[in-house]
Ligand binder design. Structure first.
Ligand code: SER
Length: 864
């Protein structure tokens, strides 16, 4: 059965059972710092399981793009060496949110596998969590499995959690027995064994707990408000079973990649040695994970998920060497786009961009790959007793040659060595501490308030709101009142304050009580509530009436910059193509910053075109429209969504400049584009290969910039006595003139030195057999003192002291270092002169008196 048919059957089955079909979310988790990549179908439903978000359905079915190459679920190191591990895979899943639970979930799974797919019951085994008698009974008493087919396993196998914190619960897994040929043939071989015999195909998780971490770092499970079901079945593994293949790499999903690799490298996969086969598999998996990750906006870098993608590409480069060099690897991007573009159209839109980026990554690394391997060889030779690559050595390879430790481990393993990973991690930690960087999984911060606190946001339509206090928090503790002078957080029933989100920074403003105006010190979201930090000027109590006032000018300027950011993104897509994706954004009242994926540097002409297009749209004064829609409807009609943002799938806000830009956005915007006034790019920089940054200003800042720049040009034009338009030409002429005068000057000085050399040398006195030459030189030659001294010393060795007005230089030829440079510096300093230098050359300045020469000569004499 082809994978396309499996996909269809899966959706049809669960839709028939009342499930809503939901599209895969992006691989880049929305606003979830606990997660590197989407690693399970349930990720996009995390808040629904936690009861923080409601959907119009309680049953869902999806096929989710997943990457497991870092964090809690990491299969990277297994890829290539087993028949079933992948870093990128598609997870088929059905979900229940407070709807059905264990019984229906297991019955559905069994029905789908044995009836719809027709798998032989004889081949299927199941596991349940040790203590989960209920699941055991469902399998045995209701579904009718004999007890020999049901195994009880511990938490490592049968308790599933997405990350260190979040929803979790016991699970029950279904295994397919591929026969003893695939196994390790030990007595203990059974479901849960790490060999390839019992293939885990479907995991049914019974969501029951919310795991959190307290300040001391201990984990606690709290019961979820409602139970749920989260299941996951790898499409690739199920295809292996349905297509009777040896490994996931032989199923139809990989056929075109394996075939293209054969054509590009000349190797034949089916007859290849195990080593070459492993390389084929690594390449096939890694091209999928890197292509999908970059397509979804993850740019290779040295941090977080960007580093995971970089590691994957570097690991691929190592294995590509075994096939025929790494040049062919990026070509496979086109193969994937062709094979999977129908299901994931974004692959087609981004393929050229992804190809260029991977090519660049591989090229950058190729030199280091060879160099690092040579270094490793040296390390192997240095230690052939213990056969260990130390943590420091692995770190050096990482730090200097960009070798991910996973790469070092493979090469070490191939040579019979191991890597001291514990000490490698210690070195990494040391570097992290030194550079102040944090691990991605330590960045999660959660702020919770008791109850279902909520503030209604009034700031889209008004900048001043009369409301009352619903909660007060002092030092993290809820209190009923706060005395005057205390700093604390208050939550109000309504709030016009915009809290930083989607790149737009928080508002500023005031809280007014009677006649007191208290400035807003800070704003933050606490769940669904908007909290304001203030320093109270009088006693404040829960229930007190207040007026919240937004700083109008700052807000309006931020709105100009926000709408301009949308125009900018649309202009970039318009000019460069659909591969342009936002990778970061900052909207402040005084400027905007927009990061985006694009390979080439921007030319002056292109920058001008972008500005012209944005300004054209501003001048058209188009009314900005804000509507509400479902996520699916909006995305289906081409509205741009940002991968890093979390959207409520059933209620998204679409901000549109009709005919030009449409984005999902919760920010504040101008009424019509004309309000922006004008738009000017002030900076274009490269953040990393494939990632650019534009900084721009609008409205009053753009006008101020224009005025300042014009004033500068105007004064230059007066200075040069030319029209403003001719200033540049005038400066260029001046520069050319300056250059030729400098050259003339240099030449003249050279001739002057030559002419005077003989005369200067004549001033040499012999002091205790040392030729000492003290010369006073014209101040015009002060910057040439070093050159003059060197020329003189070439003609005749000795000690030279050249003085030009308040500057001096002393040169001691190597054979006269009996004159101690260090001591000389001390002596010069004791004479009130500033100086420094080496044993043979000292340079300095200060008030050089008439008697200095005599004193210098006397000092030299005393030394020699
Ligand atoms: N979340 C579970 C898993 O990933 C089931 O989908 O295995």
């Amino acid at each position: 059965m082809k994978s396309i048919e499996i996909r269809k059957k899966f959706f049809d089955f669960f839709i028939k059972k009342g499930h809503e079909r939901v599209a895969s979310s992006s691989l880049i988790p929305a606003e979830d710092p606990t997660l590197l990549f989407a690693n399970a179908g349930m990720n996009q439903f995390k808040d629904v399981f936690l009861g923080k978000e409601k959907r119009s359905y309680t049953r869902a079915v999806s096929i989710q793009k997943c990457i497991r190459a870092g964090g809690k679920h990491n299969d990277l190191e297994n890829v290539g060496f087993t028949e079933r591990h992948l870093t990128f895979f598609e997870m088929m899943g059905n979900f229940s949110f407070g709807d059905y639970f264990k019984k229906e979930a297991l019955q559905y799974a069994w029905e789908f596998l044995t009836i719809d797919l027709g798998l032989s019951q004889e081949k299927l085994y199941v596991t349940v969590f040790t203590d989960d008698q209920e699941a055991y009974d469902i399998w045995h008493n209701i579904i009718g499995l004999s007890t020999e087919r049901i195994f009880r396993l511990g938490a490592a196998d049968n308790f599933w959690q997405m990350g260190d914190i979040g929803p979790c619960g016991p699970c029950s897994e279904i295994y397919f027995d591929r026969g003893a040929d695939h196994g390790c043939r030990t007595k203990e071989c059974a479901p849960g064994c790490s060999c390839d015999r019992f293939l885990e195909i479907w995991n049914n998780v019974f969501m029951q707990f919310d795991r959190s971490k307290d300040q001391a770092g201990n984990y606690h499970d709290a019961l979820l408000k409602q139970t749920g079901v989260d299941t996951g079945m790898g499409l690739e593994r199920l295809s292996l079973v349905m297509q009777h293949k040896e490994s996931v790499f032989e199923v139809d999903l990989f056929a075109s990649i394996i075939h293209a690799t054969e054509k590009l490298t000349g190797h034949d996969y089916s007859s290849a040695t195990p080593e070459i086969k492993a390389a084929f598999r690594v390449i096939a998996d890694h091209i999928r994970s890197s292509t999908f990750a970059i397509t979804d906006g993850c740019i290779p870098s040295n941090e977080g998920r960007g580093y995971v993608v970089r590691k994957i590409i570097r690991r691929a480069a190592l294995f590509a060497q075994k096939l025929s060099g790494d040049n062919f690897f990026p070509e496979l991007v086109f193969t994937i786009a062709h094979a999977m573009g129908d299901i994931y159209p974004e692959l087609v839109a981004q393929k050229d961009f992804v190809h260029t980026l991977i090519t660049g990554e591989i090229e950058k690394f190729s030199h280091n790959l060879i160099h690092g391997q040579t270094i490793l060889k040296k390390y192997f030779e240095e230690d052939n007793k213990n056969k260990i690559i130390s943590g420091a050595q692995a770190f050096k390879l990482y730090d200097t040659y960009g070798f991910p430790v996973e790469l070092t481990k493979i090469i070490a393993h191939d040579n019979g060595y191991t890597v001291d990973v514990i000490n490698f991690e210690k070195e990494m930690e040391r570097q992290r501490v030194q550079s102040g960087k944090k691990n991605i999984d330590t960045q999660a911060t959660t702020i919770t308030v008791s109850g279902e606190e909520h503030s209604e946001f009034t700031g889209y339509s008004e900048l001043e709101t009369a409301t009352h206090i619903t909660k007060i928090l002092c030092n993290g503790v809820e209190v009923e009142e706060i005395p005057a002078g205390e700093k604390c957080w208050i939550i109000t029933a309504q709030s016009p304050f915009y809290v930083e989100c989607g790149g737009q920074i928080s508002d500023q403003g005031w809280i007014i009580k009677s006649h007191d105006r208290m400035p807003v010190l800070n704003l933050k979201k606490m769940g669904n509530a908007i909290a304001v930090e203030l320093q109270s000027t009088e006693l404040l109590r829960v229930g007190d009436a207040l007026t919240l006032l937004v700083d109008k000018e700052l807000r309006q300027n931020a709105a100009k910059n926000h709408t301009a950011t949308h125009l900018l993104q649309a202009a970039l897509v318009n000019i460069f193509g659909k591969h342009i994706k936002q990778s970061g954004s900052l909207v402040a009242p005084d400027y905007l910053r927009f990061d985006f994926t694009h390979q080439e540097t921007l030319s002056a002409e292109q920058i001008k075109n972008i500005e012209a297009l944005v300004n054209k749209k501003i001048q058209e004064n188009i009314r900005v429209q804000v509507t509400v829609s479902t996520y699916k409807n909006a995305v289906d009609r081409g509205v741009t969504a940002f991968f890093g943002e979390k959207y409520n799938p059933e209620n998204v806000r679409v901000v549109e400049v009709p005919g030009f830009s449409a984005e999902l956005c919760g920010g504040t915007h101008v009424t019509a584009t004309g309000d922006i006034g004008c738009f000017k790019i002030t900076e274009v920089t490269t953040l990393s290969a494939g990632n650019r940054r534009i900084v721009a200003v609008t409205g009053p800042q753009a006008v101020a910039l224009f005025q300042e720049s014009y004033a500068t040009i105007k004064s230059l034009s007066q200075e040069f006595k030319v029209k403003p338009a001719d200033v540049l030409e005038a400066i260029e002429k001046q520069q050319a003139l300056l250059k030729s005068s400098q050259a003339d000057n240099k030449q003249l000085k050279k001739e002057l030195i030559k002419k005077n050399s003989a005369e200067w040398l004549q001033k040499t006195e012999i002091i205790n057999n040392i030729p000492v030459c003290y010369v006073t030189i014209e101040p015009a030659l002060a910057s040439e003192l070093r050159e003059i001294a060197q020329q003189l010393a070439q003609k005749q060795s000795g000690v030279y002291c050249l003085v030009a007005h308040s500057q001096f230089l002393i040169l001691i030829s190597p054979q006269f270092t009996v004159i101690n440079g260090k001591a000389l510096i001390e002596w010069l300093k004791s004479q009130g002169l500033n100086c420094g230098g080496s044993a043979t050359m000292i340079q300095g300045s200060g008030a050089i008196t008439d008697s200095f020469k005599a004193m210098f000569m006397a000092w030299v004499k005393a030394q020699s």
